[in-house]
Design a protein around this ligand. Sequence first.
Ligand code: GLN
Length: 463
Amino acid sequence: MTLSEALAALGRGDTSVSELVASLWRRIEELEPSVHAFVSLGDPEDLVRNANSLSQRPLRGLPIAVKDNLATLDFPTTCGSRILTGFRPPFDATVVARLKAAGAQVQGKTNLDEFAMGSSTEHSAFGPTRNPYDFDRVPGGSSGGSAAAVAAGEALAALGTDTGGSVRQPAALCGVVGLRPTYGRVSRWGLVAFASSLDTVGVLARSVRDAALIMSIIAGHDPRDATSLPLPSQDYTQGLGEDLTGMRIGLPREYVPEELSTEARGLVERWCEAARDLGAEVVELSLPLTEYALPTYYLISSAEASANLARYDGVRYGLRVMGERVAEMMAATRTAGFGREVKRRIALGTFALSAGYYDQYYGKAQRVRTLIAREFEEAFAKVDLIIGPTSPTPAFRIGEKEDPISMYLSDVFTLPSALAGLPAISIPGGEVEGLPFGLQLIGPRLSEEKLLRAAHALERALS
Ligand code: GLN
């Protein structure tokens, strides 16, 4: 059942929150030992009890899962890291507060790559999450716990975060819908910072309608986030149901590279046909800077991460490993508290920002970022939306990508739009090697309404 179907059934009196919670918890008991989507879980009896007072609100007391890098009052917030051991935020993130105000309840916190750095959810201090379609495979990342929970029927919907693809790629690998909003459209207040100029909060859901519904609740200006756009939210479910008449959709050559399997290429062709059948015109175009997105992203995101993660010093949060002097305590705490991938990024970012290299690396990456954004602007003067795969392959095996570069390459199609701050969505696009394969749509800034409308039409045509 989707969230929207559950709400409709509740409205008709065909089911109750207690029945829905019981069915989610049956899935959790059956699958969590294999999937491990959650790092903490609420008490189903509490959820049922508290739902009574929420029955008049839009979300009627239904449970929602939240990625564990979003601050919550009712649960610890770990970011999948040992360094936050024992940390409990004294506030809810704005997105969590808005969902609660709309009548949702947090059912638990989902697993992630440590500080959201990764594409597989293997880099969590609490162990990996597994793909519900095949327990030997990754669910994608870093919002792998959120995607797996939704795919496994353990959650009706979940919040995730997308810095360079962490909502869209796990959605693609787990066969669910993943929406990344325009940078600034959804408040980052209470999202533990990874790369502040790229971080966004997004939605993982079982349908485009559900993603639109949750987006309508969490979007809108927040004075507590300095980069929040000064615009109210809107009802994104409104335009759903229309076809694609009059829309121009661009297929970039660079998003269908040689390396893509024949099966995957076949799917891309099918998507374009479906779009044409729905009234759209599909045109080929080129985004030649695509190949520069990866090095640009890893320089900028690691530089920002090295600054953001400086605050975990053994004094202010969570873990403290004692030493003779303060500097030794800090070094011991960070050595014990951070995992390998996080240390790699801090080292890379610190180097990229160091005196004498700043302009050569960080400065240059910022200039390339501007060119990438400009290239998208030029494309969107010609087309309404861009289509392509979300990820080059379906879910890979746990342990398969040991070398960091091969892992980073799974983000080639999600990084460029992230650098440009654009909204994008992944929807189930069929199967490759018998596993889910995601269709990505990218739109210009603040085009969420059009993006969701097109995704909804394609979702129906492809299901
Ligand atoms: N996989 C990318 C990275 O490792 C993106 C992560 C994200 O979006 N949080 O940085």
